[in-house]
Design a binder for this molecule. Sequence first.
Ligand code: PLP
Length: 402
Amino acid sequence: MKKTNPSNAFPLVPMSAPDLTETEQEAVQAVLETTRLSMGGETLGFEDAVRNHIGSRHAIAVSSGTAGLHLCVHAADIKDGDLVITTPFSFVASANVLLFERAVPIFVDIDPLTGNIDPQQVHQAAKDLTAGDLANRKWLPRKGASPEAQLKAILPVDVFGQPADMDPILETAREFDLTVIEDSCEAIGAEYKKRPAGTLGDYGVFAFYPNKQITTGEGAIIVTDDDEAADIMCALRNQGRSPGDTWLQHTYLGYNYRIDEMSAALGRVQMSRLDELLTKREQVANWYQERLDEIPGVETPKVIPDTTRMSWFVYVIRLAPGIDRFRVAEGLKERGIPSRPYFIPIHLQPYMVERFGYKEGDFPITEDLGRRGLAIPFSGVMTEEQVEIVSQILHEVIDTLG
Ligand SMILES: *Cc1c(COP(=O)(O)O)cnc(C)c1O
């Protein structure tokens, strides 16, 4: 029997949903009963909570993941024309922050199993780009980069909540004296060989947009063990004010990347529930896996042994090459189930093509996953019944197309 969607319940299951309780509501309400709505105790409390949980020396709350990554780019002294090795299979912000400083992303392809940056290619790129002969040509974009440009950093992304294969990346960074910025915006609470994601490189960033594992509405946190960089990032977040500066003194050209107290209060409470929230998400992922592994043409996400804890961000299935993803998405939508293609490769975004001359075929694994990946509804508040509904409808849609 074909399940139709009653028009009063559209969509049947939301794409994502935050997990909020009365404790979060009370914490935000308590802020609203004070006169301090920014730069107060809630921000410090939120930062403490992350620092203690993650085990970093510093935690700096900011207004978004993009803002956090941008400050890391500053701290790493990445400037006009500098090269940074990163992945084209990510949310655009991880590469955009380089463009903000007129630096050049050097994309390398990914591991087909995890979707994370391929450490062997990172090593080869670093070697060629520092060799000082024509070996670098292979890695540079067709235009928009100078052959004399200097390689400064590596920016791996922990895709979908699974840490990148960091040990070989860190090894490469040591060998060629490069800074590592870990984009852990999708991976708070994840662990790589028992070490927390976000703490593996020089700087890490966790983001808290409402579809992430924990949310502050808008917001993010930078973690680092580097005292000097932490001071600079704190100043740049607050309009360039150094610790000794008065309100209208600005040592640096800074930004307003502050988080507000309502968001920080939300974050502080959500942080105290992190393990509970991650466990719920893991349960939902397990429910999906049991059901979806039975559907021909659908591949479920793979968690590799180096990932000692997965922090489930989204649930992205891969469709077999013969299945038209857009027809699947359309079929799901007609039946009340939202879905999203994940990711559309960064190098093929129009402004990237225009600036650097990328073409289809440049990063085949990224493009292949980009064509086949489909995120289906996922959150920690999903019930087993909702997982069942999505799974059944997906099965039905694939059967119809097959
Ligand atoms: C969410 C996310 C960010 C940050 O996004 P904001 O919307 O700026 O908070 C950065 N990188 C990746 C990979 C992300 O998923």
